[in-house]
Each structure stands twice: as C-alpha cells, then as structure tokens.
Design a protein. Structure first.
Length: 362
C-alpha cells in the first residue's frame, strides 16, 4: 500500500511538471490573420516610442525637436494619441478616492478653475466640446478657439486646450470667451514645459490643422497599497532589474543623452528607441526579469499583470478613436517601454495596419 501511494505521488509530481512545462491550449483563431481588406482606406497606426522629455538633461531644448517634427508632419497623421489620462477617466478616479487618490494627484490636472470660469463640470464640458466640434466652422474665429480652449480645460483635456492656444495668433491669446486670466497663465506655462504631449503632439496637431489630441493613457489598474507591501515589492522588482540587459539599456541612454545639443541628436535618440531589437532588450531587462523574480508573494508577476492590463486598456482607447472615423492615420506617442506592447496588441486588430517608425524617421 505504501509503495502504491508513493508511486501515485511520484506520478502526480511528474504529471504536474509536465503540465507546467506544456505550452497549454492554443486557440485556432488568430485575429491578425484576418485583416480584410476593409471597405475604404485602412486604419494606419504609427507608434512612436518616446523619451519623457521632462527627464532629459538641460542640454535638451525644444528647438532640437524640429527634425523629428518635420518627419512626423510629412507623414500627415489625422489623429494624435498621447500618454495622458483623459478628463473623463480622472473624473471617475476622483469618485473613487480610496483606490485612486494618489493616481489623481499624479496624473490629473485640477479642473476646478476652468469649471468656475465656464460653469461646466468634466462630463458637461466633454459633451460641450463634442457639440462644438460637431458644428465647427471651416474658419473658426479667435473667440471660437478661446471658447473651445476653455471648454477643453474644464473637460480635463489640457493638451487639447494647448492645441487651440497654439492655433491662435499670439495677440489673440488673451482672457476672454470663458478663459480667465488664471487659465491664460496656465496655458502659457504649459507651452514652456518639457512635455512630449505639448512639444511634439500638440505642436504637431496645430501645424497639421487638427483641433485636439486624444488622451489614451489608463490608470484604472492602479490601487492603494500598504507602504510596507509597496516597499517589499519595490525591493524585489529592483533586484530583478539588476541584470546585464538593464545595464546595456542604461549605457545606450547615457550615450544618446551625452550628445544632446549636437545636430541630429534628438532624431538619433528617437531612431534608437524605435529600432528593431529594442523591444526585446526592454523585455529582458524589465518585464521578463520581473516575471521570473522568486518572491513568495509574486511581486514581479503582479507588476507584469498591472503592466499588461494598462497597455491593453491604452490600446483599447486607441482602437476606440479609430472606430469613430474609420480610415485614419493615427500617430500614437508613448513612452518607449510601451511601444512593443502597443504594437503587439494593435497588430491583433482586424482593422489596424501598423506603420514602421524606422521608415518615417529616416
């Protein structure tokens, strides 16, 4: 009997090992294999992996972006998506402070001054922006643009407000039509910041004659974590990140940043971030390393779960934008670590054709 139980235990252990090693069920339906062709123009998406410009050294200045902007402008996107949380999502998170208070403080602008100036809360302002754009004149007046800028600020869409501000001649950037002096000062200050959502996305949108940019970031997977757990998780994941791939990435970034201020340096940086092979290096240094870190609490696996959830929801927001007007060229500007996940998930969509950033940046 004892031998029988031992044999069963060994068999069970072997079966468990085999089960763990097996690839698992593989579905026979692969959406990316059914791309149409669609009726009419395809949806084309260019994912631009970007540095967060605020983190670059002082040798970076906005004028260095011109070679990048000229290439993106030549591609002529009809919609631009940015790594920012929408006003409606911020409104939702504000209504759930137990979970999202910290996220709101980090990612959501204060809409109270714009609400006071316009009389519109976030949902009402979003509806008003939709109403204005539905009957937008072919040649908007300065008053039209000031009004829409004020409404965008009340809607929590500060980058779209900057697009309207940039489309106004400098003498028309005044407090009127719903814009208070404080809101004017806020918009002027946004123009002086080092944010790719402004210096690349909003600037490009204004040059191309677009009326807005689309905020597609998502932080609904964020949660409130006890400080002790947060500290332990951070230590475990930092330990996983201590690997040769992380060192190689850091050395590459240091070399690129050392050249800032020289002609072509920013374009070289963007070419590097969007080059073949960078995605796999990022995975090995970061998410792949975290996935296999051995903490009993599964801290690394939790982090990877958060990362995948966030990117899936960001891509869902992009797909939603494409669905509003099929047949668009959309530029998605996002932190470079997101690029591979954006492309992998977008590639599965029936009605999305990806564009090689390396070709556009030549």
């Amino acid at each position: 009997m004892i031998e029988r139980i031992g044999s069963l235990l060994i068999l069970g252990l072997c079966s468990a090992s085999a089960w763990a090693a097996a690839p698992g069920y593989v579905p026979d339906f692969h959406p990316e294999q059914f791309k149409g062709p669609p009726a009419g123009r395809p949806n084309e998406v260019l994912v631009l992996g970007s540095a967060h410009l605020s983190a670059l050294p002082k040798t970076f200045t906005p004028d260095q972006l011109e070679p990048l902007l000229s290439r993106l402008e030549a591609w002529k996107p009809e919609a631009i998506a940015v790594e920012a949380v929408s006003g409606l999502q911020c409104d939702f998170m504000r209504r759930n402070p137990a979970r999202y208070a910290e996220s709101v403080s980090m990612y959501c602008p204060d809409t109270a001054p714009a609400q006071a100036a316009t009389g519109l809360d976030v949902p009402a302002a979003n509806a008003e922006a939709d109403r204005l754009l539905a009957s937008w004149p072919a040649t908007p007046s300065a008053a039209d643009r000031r009004r829409l800028a004020a409404v965008w600020l009340a809607a929590g869409e500060r980058n779209s407000a900057v697009v309207q501000w940039l489309r106004l001649p400098a003498p028309e950037r005044v407090a009127a039509d719903g814009l208070s002096p404080a809101l004017v000062a806020y918009l002027d200050k946004r123009l002086q910041g080092r944010d790719e959502s402004v210096l690349v996305a909003a600037t490009l949108a204004a040059r191309l004659g677009l009326e807005r940019v689309w905020a597609v970031d998502d932080h609904t997977a964020d949660s409130s974590t006890p400080k002790a757990v947060e500290k332990a998780a951070g230590e475990a994941i930092m330990k996983a990140w201590d690997n040769p791939y992380t060192e190689a990435r850091a050395n590459t970034d240091a070399a690129l940043e050392a050249n800032l201020g020289k002609p072509g340096a920013i374009l070289a940086m963007y070419r590097s971030y969007n080059a073949p092979g960078m995605a796999l290096q990022a995975y090995r240094s970061d998410f792949g390393a975290a996935l296999t870190e051995p903490s009993p609490q599964g801290f690394g696996r939790g982090y990877v779960g958060y990362w995948e959830t966030r990117n899936l929801r960001m891509v869902a927001n992009i797909r939603d934008v494409l669905g509003h007007a099929p047949g668009q060229r959309l530029l998605a500007i996002v932190g470079a670590s997101h690029k591979a996940y954006y492309e992998a998930y977008l590639y599965q969509m029936h009605d999305v054709q990806l564009v090689d950033a390396a070709v556009v940046l030549r």
